[in-house]
Ligand binder design. Sequence first.
Ligand code: NAG
Ligand code: NAG
Ligand code: NAG
Length: 347
Amino acid sequence: MARFWVCVAGAGFFLASLVLHSRFCGSPVLRNFAFQISWRSEKVAYRLDLDWPKYSDYFTGTTFCVTVDSLNGLVYVAQRGDNIPKVLVFTEDGYFLRAWNYTVDTPHGMFAASTLHEQSVWITDVGSGSYGHTVKKYNTFGDLVQVLGTPGKKGTGLNPLQFDNPAELYVDDTGDIYIVDGDGGLNNRLIKLSQDFMILWLHGQNGTGPAKFNIPHSVTLDSSGRVWVADRGNKRIQVFDKETGEWLGEWNNCFTEEGPSSVRFTPDGKYLIVAQLNLSRLSFLAAPPVGSIGDCSVISTIQLPDQVLPHLLEVDRKTGAIYVAEIGAKQVQKFVPLNSYLLSFGL
Ligand SMILES: *[C@@H]1O[C@H](CO)[C@@H](O)[C@H](O)[C@H]1NC(C)=O
Ligand SMILES: *[C@@H]1O[C@H](CO)[C@@H](O)[C@H](O)[C@H]1NC(C)=O
Ligand SMILES: *[C@@H]1O[C@H](CO)[C@@H](O)[C@H](O)[C@H]1NC(C)=O
């Protein structure tokens, strides 16, 4: 169980010291790190919520993804491992509610897509067993309600639809579904499906040119109708028009060291939060409101300790809280915006 202790707030930057109780060692080992979170703009400021979850003993596997149903105040976490619950459901204030593992093999990404009429969570599964290579929809109690793809069979086929290591998905308020497929494997594609699961458009080629991918790992939408894809193997983010699928541009100047693993916007749409796995870093990039995406510019970063390995993250659209699924530290951590920044959401 790793815990941060944010102790000093300075002018324009925060100094924090980390106390890591290693859960991998027999006896708790105390290690001290010092790290600095620098803000070029003081408006983007978060602190670690030490109170979330109330008990971290529920993280018994490798936590690959997290998603937030902000309508109902629920946080879903999916973890991998043998003989453990695969999906954990918490309240947004950190209380554990329930868990399930039936029909979940090897979770990779997830997305909570609740409406006023229905609570649901989607999971991408990269397993090789009978539930693998699918994108599945569950209700909040873990009942399987929809399966996309051909269960247990990887492939590049479109009819029937076959995935190969589907990485993540994003469901628009209209019900349209954007899937990145995948996390290695044969496919390197971005697919838009209608709410009745018809293919609306698709970019399906492996490569380095425009609208081609190498490990498209995470996908999100902004409020001006653009689709943002973390094209991790190509060390860039590519942007598309959500209606037509037209390629709008790419950002690569921020990712010379390592490609982006996860992409999500802050609720005010001003920043794109990007996780870089091996760098153990979260970056806040200035998001262009409309039109040309221009160049990428890092406004601030949260540097996590080595080996924490943030894989995928989610932002609570109501509160602005960031949840980070860390495959190295084997936990999910919650960062909450400081008051000054929260006010700027107009919440
Ligand atoms: C499912 O989770 C339960 C604990 O919640 C565990 O006892 C069981 O072994 C798990 N099953 C699998 C197949 O992982
Ligand atoms: C995709 O292309 C990259 C180089 O652009 C290569 O490293 C990778 O192996 C290719 N993947 C597939 C599935 O062909
Ligand atoms: C992270 O490091 C591991 C081990 O060196 C490597 O296999 C993996 O490809 C790296 N991932 C990224 C996103 O760079």
